[in-house]
Design a protein around this ligand. Structure first.
Ligand SMILES: Cc1cc2nc3c(=O)[nH]c(=O)nc-3n(C[C@H](O)[C@H](O)[C@H](O)COP(=O)(O)O)c2cc1C
Length: 165
């Protein structure tokens, strides 16, 4: 059941040394591309980093994403500024969630870390990766086989839901 995958997905910040194959990375990315986008613009961009030295540099630039140093790979998610900015961040969020869930369904852990557009860390990250001038970061998402277990708790809160029937 999809709801089980959704509920059992937790942010994983510690990873084993086990590699994630090219095919698996491709499947996770493919999930991103199937997310809905405003006016179907699909203006997202993805930088996939597997190189260990670059992962370490990313962790230094983004202390809030320190786990990047030990991840199997990271996907820096962003968009091309000036095309559909009003919706691009939301579109990227949908793509990210698709990747987290696809990874979970494959037994791969992940964590979504903030890297907001125009932030100093976002600009430094884009520079390090040689992204085009108009690339704006939204998040850095780390993936790897889990080396930690997270519990699942119930989150449904009826106080946050209003039914109009
Ligand atoms: C927009 C966004 C930004 C986040 N930024 C960070 C971050 O910078 N570092 C981090 O370790 N986790 C980050 N997280 C992960 C959250 O801490 C995590 O999703 C939350 O605590 C709920 O836990 P769960 O993912 O295990 O359900 C972020 C999540 C989102 C959605």
């Amino acid at each position: 059941m999809l709801l089980d995958v959704i509920k059992e997905r937790r942010s994983i910040r510690k990873y084993t040394d086990q590699k994630v194959s090219e095919d698996q990375i491709r499947e996770i990315l493919e999930a991103a591309f199937w997310a809905p986008t405003a006016v179907n613009r699909q203006e997202w961009r993805f930088a996939v980093v597997e190189d260990r030295e670059t992962l370490k540099k990313l962790a230094e630039i983004n202390p809030n994403a320190g786990m990047t140093a030990g991840a199997a790979f990271s996907v820096i998610v962003g968009y091309q500024e000036g095309v559909n900015d009003r919706f691009a961040q939301v579109d990227c969020g949908a793509a990210i969630q698709n990747m987290l869930l696809q990874a979970k369904s494959m037994g791969i852990g992940s964590v979504w870390c903030a890297l907001m557009p125009g932030s100093e860390n976002g600009v430094k990250t884009a520079e390090l990766l040689g992204m085009p001038e108009d690339f704006r970061t939204v998040a850095t998402v780390q993936f790897g086989y889990p080396a930690e277990e997270r519990t699942v708790e119930d989150r449904y809160d009826e106080n946050k839901v209003k039914f109009i029937r």
